[in-house]
Design a binder for this molecule. Structure first.
Ligand SMILES: [Zn+2]
Length: 322
């Protein structure tokens, strides 16, 4: 590794650089060994019925809107024959279309980064700046006392972490057009209690670290993981923090990531349907116990997976009401 790469990687792990994307990827999972599965002892409850369903683009409802950091903003673009061109932070955004008597009615679906400051943002619609406002939201905090050696990876590990982060971010930035301009509401990839929420703000020895960019579902090693919606497996690997990992591209910049698997049962290029088996829950990577870490990314913003789940399957992947 060159001295400049060395410096860059060290900078990534400097506390003041916590907002950096690469360290974001890394530190988001760095704490899992200490935190995420402490409460993995799962209460036993009957799983909900999750039935994959066909859905035509005309019937679809957009993801749930929540204009906060880590949320989703929806924009009604009205009717136009031509596909509008919409970008946010230089990323193409998801467009949904509905056939109406007047023509195609378009909706833009925009992911808002978890690290966004509340305030005014700009969406570009056919080149025209369109301001919108992101509200304030205070995510829960978790304070941990940990040994420094556990949060400061070795030089060799830093090199590996850097290249793995680049690979994963490459997928998050990709945009695969959808000819139907549709999406499919998701089902839970695993049934189990939520053991660490999305957006949890973590502190190590009093120092602010990256927030949790996914949510954790506690389940025993060997529990089946299924595809939450149709897509294509675009990356698999064994990563330093994330362990055995699968990334699925659902089209139009919507990507889901599954981490810490004990077994990966798909390969790059596999086409998966909602409900298809993709692998097994495990405790690979930097974790203390078995669980699934699930990330949803939209236009390269890690967003709250719950906004993409079929409303009837909320609030959690456990059947709470019986
Ligand atoms: Zn997690």
């Amino acid at each position: 590794m060159s001295p400049s790469t060395n410096r860059k990687l060290r900078k990534l792990f400097h506390p003041k650089s916590w907002f950096n994307i690469a360290s974001g990827m890394a530190f988001a999972y760095a704490v899992l060994w200490a935190a995420s599965s402490a409460n993995a002892a799962a209460p036993t409850q009957a799983p909900q019925q999750q039935t994959p369903q066909e859905q035509t683009p005309q019937q679809q409802t957009p993801p749930q809107q929540d204009r906060i950091p880590g949320g989703v903003a929806l924009f009604d673009l009205g009717v136009s024959a031509a596909e509008p061109s919409v970008t946010y932070n230089d990323q193409r955004v998801m467009l949904l279309s509905k056939d109406t008597p007047e023509g195609k009615h378009w909706t833009a679906v925009v992911g808002i980064k978890l690290r966004s400051e509340p305030g005014n943002r700009t969406l570009y619609i056919n080149g025209t700046a369109t301001p919108f406002s992101v509200g304030k939201h205070t995510y829960r905090e978790q304070h941990l006392q940990v040994k420094a050696k556990h949060v400061n990876p070795s030089q060799e590990a830093l090199t590996r972490i850097g290249s793995e982060a680049t690979k994963m971010i490459g997928v998050f930035k990709d945009f695969t057009p959808s000819p139907t301009h549709s999406w499919q509401p998701m089902i839970w990839p695993v049934i189990g209690p939520l053991s660490s929420p999305f957006g949890l703000q973590r502190f190590f020895n009093g120092e602010k670290r990256n927030p949790h960019t996914g949510l954790d579902i506690a389940a025993a090693t060997g529990t089946e993981i299924i595809a939450p919606s149709d897509g294509v497996v675009v990356q698999t690997g064994d990563y330093y923090f994330n362990g055995n990992t699968v990334l699925i591209d659902h089209g139009q910049g919507l990507v889901t990531m599954f981490c810490h698997l004990s077994q990966i049962d798909v390969k790059e290029g596999d086409v998966v349907k909602q409900g298809d088996h993709i692998g097994l829950v495990g405790a690979t990577g930097r974790v203390t116990g078995p669980h699934l870490h699930w990330t949803v990314s939209l236009n390269n913003a890690r967003v709250n997976p719950k906004l993409f789940i079929k409303p009837e399957l909320l609030p959690s992947p456990i059947a709470a009401k019986n």
